[in-house]
Design a protein around this ligand. Sequence first.
Ligand code: O2Y
Ligand code: MN
Length: 612
Amino acid sequence: MSLATINLDAAPAGLPEEVVAWVSSVAELTQPEAIHFCDGSTEERDRLNAQMIASGTFIELNQAKRPGCYLARSNPSDVARVEARTFICSEHPEDAGPTNNWADPDDMRLTLQRVFAGSMRGRTMYVIPFSMGPLGGPISKLGIEITDSPYVVANMRIMTRMGDAALEHIKNGEYWVPAVHSVGYPLIDDAGEPREDIPWPCNDEKYICHFPETREIWSYGSGYGGNALLGKKCYALRIASVLARDEGWLAEHMLILRITRQSDGRRFHLTAAFPSACGKTNLAMLRPTIPGWKVETIGDDIAWMRPGPAGRLHAINPEAGFFGVAPGTSEETNPTALHALDHDTIFTNVGLTDDGDVWWEGLTDEPPAHLIDWQGHDWTPDCGRKAAHPNSRFTVRASQAESISPDWEDPAGVPVDVILFGGRRAHNVPLISESYDWNHGVFVGATVSSEQTAAAEGTVGALRRDPFAMLPFCGYNMADYWGHWLRLGAQLGAKAPRIFQVNWFRKADDGHFLWPGFGDNSRPIEWALRRVAGEVEAVDAISGRLPALDDLNTDGLDITDADLEHLFELDPDAWATEADLTEEYFAQFADRLPAELQGQLTALRNRIAAAR
Ligand code: O2Y
Ligand code: MN
């Protein structure tokens, strides 16, 4: 398709030349039937929703029960992020590092030219200008996603600030990141033969590619979540981590909370990184079981943090919505999330009840007697299959959560007092411990791990490292990323947030969880905040500083003294093994490992020796 045949008549006036050139070049390559610049209006949303209902991509839910809600069912082969098909295409492999899939950028460009050639034939190409973070904010950044998926447009409308307002900033010459996405299912083949569309088009061949030097994203073959909503993991973490390294800030896989002590109105802000399956969404909407504390949500997944004018680290949530896991969300586990889904929500891969509502495992104790499962088949409780896919999702505007902070869109962000690192550890790691200093905190973040619980994950009980919960999301060499954290800590000095490690998942020898979790996680967090306020002492120990048991608020808590003590037991022999495993783990980073982290490992060994 030549430029002359690309209809840019409907393009907004005043587009910068570089945007016109880029959109035209992508259209020339992918050969769409039409080009639509998304304005973000409700008319546009309603038109696309009607189109997706007609094509079968969206099923309209019972509008009396769930107004503005739709269900999408993906192809069963396209249900999650595909880490094995996610590539960092840096010029030098060592700049991607040992924890990323590296691909040669020249080779990958040839591959992408091949798969994207004609990939949008017969389809509309949507151009989505978007802002990550409040529009025009000092920490926010812009992007443009090109996609051939109206489902992606509908989700980006919820997950980002998308449309004309973002485009105005781009027209003003502000920096933006280009992101190209195609589901890889053209409606006209190479011979010019048409084919019918299907409700969830995708391709068996998938490429999720990041070019850190040129700051570009190219995603092909998947329509699902993090593979396709390119503002989220691809931009806000992988590309943003590179921007952050070069510009002196942090792009992190962290939730953000405001916690207010009602007795004196003192506000604390906390960010927290957790690997998957550690209850991050539940913590983002924490309902404290202890009185006197109010918790507000600022973000549930990603934090962008920059040193502010007074030298403190300020965090924004770059996203505008939640893309949460549905199974397990219930009135008991996370009523705030559940209530947010009452209206204007896109559900993907959950069950459809006979009265046009949604259902997933864990929503109610009593399952419906019949429903249609996520693959469109009849389902009954005894059929032996799941009604909802385990990675089924809801997409909902963050403002619909009753816990949302009135300041969640403050462009200046909130000053961070506490950073938490958590993993899922049955043994060794205490309920909470405070790092000795920033560098020790970086060591703790770098060594975050979870014990593998299923044979499918590898050897059961073996540690799966997920440093800073960034393993699949760091856009460059992980050791250099640790170095960046160390440098930023030195810059922040005494104004740096305090770093704590938490573990909600420690088990007793008979296998029962020692800690009730959920709302009771407010108890160790209260201790952390009181440490920040200088109100409570701590006890030096192997892993960090621990609370004296009397200082942990256990009022009304149903836990035995033995279990409480076990939560903080640190066995020097077990920790010596931890230290050996850390040494093995660090070895893969060779001379890129910052010397400070090797020094932290030595300090840990010294504390173990002293405890023996
Ligand atoms: O499977 C996907 O594409 C979703 S992954 C995801 C979604 C929301 C928040 N976090 C994640 C994640 O993988 O960390
Ligand atoms: Mn996440």
